[in-house]
Design a protein around this ligand. Sequence first.
Ligand code: ATP
Length: 233
Amino acid sequence: MNTTESAHGQPLLAARGLYKAYGSTPALRGASAQLRAGEIVAVTGPSGSGKSSLLHCMAGMVRPDHGQVMYGDEHLAHASEDRLSELRRTQFAVVFQFGQLIPELTAVDNVSLPLILGGTDRRTAHGQAHSWLERFGVLDRAEARPGELSGGQEQRVALARALVTGPRIVFADEPTGALDSLAGEQVMTELTAAARELGAAVLLVTHDATIAAYADREIRLTDGRTGALEVSA
Ligand SMILES: Nc1ncnc2c1ncn2[C@@H]1O[C@H](COP(=O)(O)OP(=O)(O)OP(=O)(O)O)[C@@H](O)[C@H]1O
């Protein structure tokens, strides 16, 4: 598949020359990456190479020390906290390895929450949450709390919560990292199918080549840098 920028127009999200250090520890040292609308891109590399830091900067969760993150024509590194929260509520969604669901809330309440925070009434939000729980095969766990779910069920509820708002970009940081390989592949199959149906782009951090193979393209990080190894899958 041809994934050149000219074939697909302007990138939806573009990071250029990112630098980020935590105290004296450099995490990013000149990383660049692009995500086009509807594209699934894996960020790979060894432990400590800066994968999560790149995702956090591109999602507007962490401000880089230097460099640009452009969402369309908007500079995310300079956006206000209010604007970043709005983007996270309406256009960006995140899925992590674990610990992302609110333990006191049932599965359906966890999935409904982003809609309710965006002003949707509770009944409508619950209806949409139930549809997404059904889509991911966990409708029968709607009234369970996260502590009562298996790892695979918990990730499916997290996917439902990420997708319920119809985001343009899903940021997924080792979304299958806490699952065995079969459950991990099932969750990836469901995530990529749902993202493609919605036309959502996915930025997927993984150290696992089997999981990276679900992406259209791979960006490889080494010591906080992206090199010439950006390849088409
Ligand atoms: N909040 C933080 N405080 C201090 N150091 C950090 C922080 N986040 C990341 N680092 C350091 O920055 C470097 C890059 O970390 P990062 O988590 O981005 O890499 P990674 O490739 O995602 O690693 P892993 O695969 O192990 O999760 C590492 O040396 C890490 O220890």
